[in-house]
Design a protein around this ligand. Sequence first.
Ligand code: SF4
Ligand code: SF4
Length: 168
Amino acid sequence: MNIWNLIRNNFVQRAHTRRPDDLVPVPENFRADLVHETNLCVACETCAYVCSPGAITFDRSQLGRAAWQYQMLQCTYCGRCVESCPTDALSFGTTPQLLVHSLELTRHEIETFPCTRCGAEMIPLPDAVLEKQYGFPVPTEMAALNRLCTRCRKKVTSEAVKRGFTGR
Ligand code: SF4
Ligand code: SF4
């Protein structure tokens, strides 16, 4: 192509450069930042277990709290943690934003409570999750079970089954 054709084509063809007000549309299911809602998290560690690159870790060194930790630089945005979270505490933002890459961990602390039967540290399911599961108001029996640690919940359930069979 000679130079005159090139100049003519540049005049005829529309510009390829996108203008600031002509943004590329955001694709459906776009994964922006990973959002962790601390008030919905029960520190079950499922997200850390399924995260192959180890972007999510837990710190349980402090009494009375568990810390959910996220290292953005290790995250591949695969979404396995979001799919696996039993309480929907994890999701992806959908708005593209300028991500500031930082070596600093994102750290969210989750308070633990004593089991009402044995006093062991535990984290009850948040009210929103219980209500979604059992409706509102949450049955008293379920609310009481929710304040027990896993071990005591198993004991209470097996005692109830035993009572059902033996009557005592
Ligand atoms: S899977 Fe969900 S509830 Fe469990 S620790 Fe991770 S964010 Fe919290
Ligand atoms: S999106 Fe994937 S890589 Fe990122 S924290 Fe979740 S499981 Fe790990």
